[in-house]
Design a protein around this ligand. Structure first.
Ligand code: TXA
Ligand code: MG
Length: 309
């Protein structure tokens, strides 16, 4: 067992590990992250190796405050307005500043950086104490279900990675990723911040990137977030031999939200898929409405159900 409680001593120990170039896992409000010093290429390489992640997929850089972000990327006026969602479950893809000290492996050679200030106190304290920007993908082997608890991370890497336990992730799906280009903004990945909320805040529309677009992301590969079990979506009821993941009224092995609340469903999504995956070989999932956080939930379900390449 390599799960550590969030004491001051353990935070200091994890911060020292990060500075020393080691890979550690830690809680964020979206999902658990697998972090390393974003300025250290060996450390970043160790993330790719631990996750068995394809090298062409860039990593999100996590910083503890907006000030630090300004040293790494340019902020056009529209990005300034979007940054008011920080700290929070939003990643902005912005032009990399020439003087930014970041490993080229983090950006996979792109001239942009995906950057985020997480809202989870523990994550921010850890990053601030480490004193380096922290590259952190979700803490799961590439292509598999994302973790929303320390125990899931520990199980996924068989105890090989120390995990700083910040409790169950309050959001449960990854950050929303937006690319800002001049005064237009494109959503590259639906996530824990709903698109309609973003549109209301900035008073303009957010375009949606087509899957297979040039700025491909692992979260945008057809098959991702895959459980071992076969998944059948939009199922109004289970067939013989299927475990049922419900939504709203009705019964089932588990229910994402009996009251039909999409925030609750997002928070439960990966945890319940993990849980059903441990016992069932076939899972049927109830229809989920597409508005608000339903966009992110349906995106994850579609990829989880896709044929494996
Ligand atoms: O909530 C989250 O975002 C979590 C927590 C740990 O912060 N992290 C996360 O990271 O989901 P990951 O690596 O699983 O997903 C990062 C996504 C990938 O789809 C990647 O391609 C995209 O961000 N990305 C990162 N930098 C990018 C860039 N410069 N341009 C386009 N996409 C980028
Ligand atoms: Mg991921």
């Amino acid at each position: 067992m390599t799960i550590f409680t969030p004491t001051a001593a353990n935070i200091a120990r994890f911060a020292a590990d990060l500075r020393a170039g080691r890979v550690v896992a830690f809680a964020t409000e979206t999902v658990y992250g697998l972090g390393a010093d974003a300025t250290n290429s060996d450390a970043v390489l160790a993330i790719y190796e631990t996750k068995r992640r394809p090298r062409f997929n860039p990593l999100i850089v996590h910083v503890s405050d907006v000030m630090t972000a300004r040293g790494l990327v340019d902020f056009p006026p529209l990005a300034e307005r979007l940054a008011r969602f920080w700290p929070g479950p939003l990643t902005l893809v912005l032009p990399r500043r020439p003087e930014a000290r970041l490993s080229d492996l983090v950006t996979a050679g792109l001239d942009t950086v995906g950057i985020r200030v997480p809202a989870h106190d523990l994550a921010r304290r850890l990053i601030a104490e480490a004193g380096v920007p922290v590259a952190a993908p979700s803490a799961n082997p590439s292509g598999r279900l994302s973790p929303t608890s320390a125990a899931q991370v520990d199980a996924a890497f068989h105890g090989a990675v120390p995990v700083l336990d910040g409790g169950a992730s309050s959001m449960g799906v990854e950050s929303t990723i937006l690319a800002v280009n001049g005064d237009s903004v494109t959503q590259l990945r639906a996530g824990a911040l709903a698109r309609d909320e973003i549109e209301a805040a900035i008073g303009q529309g957010v375009a949606v990137a087509k899957s297979g677009a040039a700025i491909a992301a692992p979260g945008m590969l057809a098959s991702h977030y895959a459980p071992n079990a076969m998944l059948r979506l939009d199922a109004s009821e289970p067939r013989d031999g299927e475990a049922y993941l419900g939504f709203g009224v009705g019964d089932g092995a588990l229910n994402l939200s009996p009251s039909g609340d999409l925030r609750e469903a997002a928070r439960n999504l990966f945890a319940m898929l993990h849980q059903l995956d441990a016992t069932a070989t076939r899972i049927a999932v109830a229809p989920i409405p597409h508005h608000g956080l339903g966009e992110a939930i349906n995106d994850r379900l579609k990829r989880a159900a896709a044929p494996r390449g």
